[in-house]
Design a binder for this molecule. Structure first.
Ligand SMILES: [Zn+2]
Length: 459
């Protein structure tokens, strides 16, 4: 096939950790149940004892001859989306810290985070509320990260030994947890007491984080003509923004923050009403969107992930292009089975990998998933199931080069999308292309010529 060569990247790292404490067959780590429960035929030797690292070889990957005879094809596909990290020295369990029986499981770590309050069964309703609130997309994404408890705090930094103290640096009066930042810190407390409706005063400051978010996003009452859920979401968002400004010392002069939050919420609702009352035509505008060439001195990387189901068969792709829009290098990965955000992150990871290998010093990275841009720019805690890959991406981003990350619409990311879809037809694994594969060549030419596609954009 034109320009294709297969590459095995040694030690590309899934950070369950180094696999030394997780038992391959006996622990729950890949699936919701231990793999031994899904064994077909006679059991493998060393069933209880074999560790994840015992079935992985650095530079080669999974020792499939010791795995494949015992598992169904879909488990094999899931394994290919996962790699063992023997580079960064991350241990399996320590980063999770919560497992009572001393055995690492993704599920236990995740549910321990959620023990905070709301039963797991309510989480999907929680997500519904997060995505339904009338608020800008970035606010919803922040709330989503908040309820996943993946926002970086001092307590989190201390736990990771990145900081000596978990105390809030703004008030010095309490542990800097997520609920402290968003609600209890005096910096926010004073604002909340001035805007919460009287009927909420009894519960507002006593709820746990998840109860608090769930309850307030689901509140259909109004405050001065504005839905409380919107005012609440906007206040949470600005509380966080101010906090970041405060902590990093870039906040300007103090203004009337209560008025500011109210005005912001009012504008959001106004825009929403305009859109709602006048059908599709007003409040939305059709824009022509095209791929944009990189700035002088920069190389552009576009990446994308694709999945058929979530989780489901998944792939990723990406390209590096120079100033005139011509091809520098590209890739496609047939991942196996994983979730949609994981596929996106694999795209980013391999894209950074090929860019670094080509000694690029200034890179503009464009991704069409706002969620993934959020992960890469807002941060994610170790406890999140996707943290291993976000951390690997950070590992690249923090090297000695400049990487700018931005979100683009799908219409500007067609070539990466095409490569990701192409990957489904390729063998499992990573495929690098020195020249553009024929199947997506027309998209390359169109992008180069500035071809634009209409997109309905919310004002
Ligand atoms: Zn504080």
């Amino acid at each position: 096939m034109l320009g294709m060569r297969e590459v095995v990247i040694p030690g590309v790292s899934w950070v369950v950790g180094n696999g030394q404490t997780t038992r391959f067959w006996a622990d729950k780590w890949l699936m919701n149940t231990p793999l031994r429960e899904d064994i077909i035929g006679p059991a493998p030797v060393g069933l209880e004892e074999a560790r994840v690292c015992d079935l992985w070889q650095h530079g080669r990957g999974w020792l499939l001859e010791n795995i494949v005879p015992y598992v169904a094809p879909d488990i094999r596909l899931r394994l290919t989306a996962v790699v063992v990290d023997n580079i960064t020295g991350v241990r399996d369990r320590l980063s999770w810290g919560e497992s009572l029986d001393g055995k690492f499981t993704v599920k236990s770590a995740y549910s321990s985070l959620m023990k905070d309050s709301t039963p797991r069964s309510n989480l999907s309703r929680m997500y519904d509320r997060v995505w339904k609130v009338i608020a800008p997309e970035r606010v919803k994404i922040f709330l989503w990260l908040g309820v996943h408890q993946v926002i970086m705090t001092n307590m989190e930094r201390q736990r990771r030994h990145l900081s000596e103290t978990g105390i809030c640096q703004v008030c010095k009066g309490g542990d800097e947890t997520i609920i402290h930042i968003l609600r209890d810190c005096p910096a926010m407390y004073g604002i909340w007491t001035r805007i919460i409706p009287r009927r909420k005063r009894g519960t507002f400051f006593t709820q746990t984080l998840l109860e608090w978010v769930y309850d307030n996003l689901g509140d259909s009452g109004e405050v001065d003509g504005c839905p409380w859920s919107t005012l609440y979401a906007i206040a949470v968002w600005w509380g966080w923004k101010w906090r970041c400004g405060n902590v990093f010392g870039v906040n300007g002069k103090c203004r009337d923050r209560v008025k500011f939050v109210r005005d912001q919420a009012g504008e959001v609702i106004q825009a929403h009403l305009v859109e709602g009352n006048s059908g599709k035509s007003r409040g939305r505008i059709e824009r022509m969107v095209s791929w944009v060439k990189p700035a002088e001195g920069w190389v552009k990387l576009n990446t994308d992930g694709a999945s058929k189901g979530n989780p489901g068969l998944a792939s990723a792709g990406g390209i590096l292009r120079k100033l005139d829009g011509s091809w520098i290098g590209g890739f496609a990965v047939n991942i196996g089975i994983c979730s949609a955000p994981l596929a996106e992150l694999w795209g980013v990871y391999y894209g950074l990998y090929i860019a670094w290998e080509r000694k690029i010093t200034r890179l503009e990275l464009e991704v069409d998933s706002e969620l993934v841009v959020g992960f890469l720019t807002t941060g994610i805690s170790d406890s999140h199931p996707l943290s291993f890959l976000v951390r690997l991406c950070y590992g690249f981003i923090s090297r000695d080069w400049i990487v700018r990350i931005s979100h683009v619409y799908r219409e500007a990311n067609r070539l990466a999308d095409g490569l990701a879809n192409y990957a489904f037809s390729l063998p499992l694994g990573f495929h690098a292309f020195d020249v553009c594969p024929e199947i997506v060549y027309s998209v390359l030419v169109e992008d180069k010529n500035g071809a634009a596609y209409p997109r309905s954009i919310r004002l």
